[in-house]
Ligand binder design. Structure first.
Ligand code: B1M
Length: 211
């Protein structure tokens, strides 16, 4: 089996100790960092399907998430773009009630690579915390909200509404995550939407007029 396939199989099995070494071996074997990342995203899709069908439970999902995060750490230096430009500060977080952070972390990595200074608020971020971060950080040009649960989409809506009515300005709001669509983003008044981490970086640059 090619190393990249072993990466996928071991993310699915949640082998956090094995995955970093396998990612390195896949890179050494000549696999592109983007392809290794995509195969890990695919592995998480398989994990999600197994969870939906009752084949696995939350602990197994958690182990797979840890394995993927460890693999991404090895990939990170290989994914970095030209961050010599300064596009201002991006505040990023997963919205209140939501603990999923892998997609948010990938978006953070790509947006940082695009030239933003990153302030990562983590997961389960309240509206107030997003607003405080805009107030207390310098030159905030972008706020990025991630959400993976249909049940936390209202929290995303509330956050965008609060940011827009806060009286604060100089920044744009981008939203994304599996249940989020372009239509939902527009309905809740976000300035931008992206489907994946790569397009989030492109959209982020467009929003601050740097593309
Ligand atoms: Co949960 N989970 N989970 N989970 N989990 C999902 C999301 C689910 C689809 C699984 C399923 O049922 N098939 C389902 C949601 C169903 C729904 O709402 N429609 C679900 C559920 C139900 C739950 C719990 C409720 C389970 C329970 O307790 N009974 C619970 C909720 C906890 C909470 O948040 N309050 C829960 C818990 C967990 C774990 C903690 C165990 C773990 C997360 C660990 C972690 O993140 N550190 C977990 C995991 C791992 C998953 C799956 C399997 C994988 C998520 C993932 O990391 N994907 C997931 C199934 C799936 O996604 N197929 C599932 C890989 C990642 C790269 O993709 O995050 O989609 P993603 O990010 C993408 C895009 O969405 C986009 O870019 C990324 C790709 O480049 N993107 C953005 C993301 N944010 C963006 C922001 C942007 C732009 C793009 O701009 C700002």
């Amino acid at each position: 089996m090619a190393k990249i396939e072993e990466v996928k199989a071991n993310v699915e099995k949640g082998k956090a100790k094995l995955v970093p070494g396998l990612v390195q071996e896949a890179l050494d074997e000549g696999s592109a960092a983007g392809d290794i990342l995509q195969i890990m995203v695919d592995a998480m899709g398989v994990v999600g399907e197994r969870f939906s069908s009752g084949e696995i439970f939350v602990p197994e999902m958690l182990m797979a998430a840890k394995a993927m995060s460890k693999g991404v750490e090895v990939l990170k230096p290989h994914m970095a773009g030209d961050s010599s430009t300064n596009l201002g500060t991006c505040i990023i977080g997963t919205v209140k009630g939501d603990l999923h952070d892998i997609g948010k972390n990938l978006v953070a990595m790509m947006v940082e690579s695009a030239g933003f200074t990153l302030v990562d608020l983590g997961v389960d971020v309240s509206t107030e915390k997003f607003i405080d971060a805009v107030k207390t950080n310098e030159n905030v040009t972008l706020v990025a909200c991630s959400g993976l649960l249909t049940t936390t989409m209202p929290a995303m809506k509330d956050t965008v509404a609060a940011l827009k009515s806060s009286g604060l300005n100089g920044f744009k709001v981008i939203v994304g995550g599996a249940p989020v669509t372009e239509q939902f983003a527009s309905e809740i008044g976000a300035d931008g939407y992206a489907q994946d981490a790569g397009s989030a970086a492109v959209k982020a640059k467009q929003l601050v007029n740097a593309a």
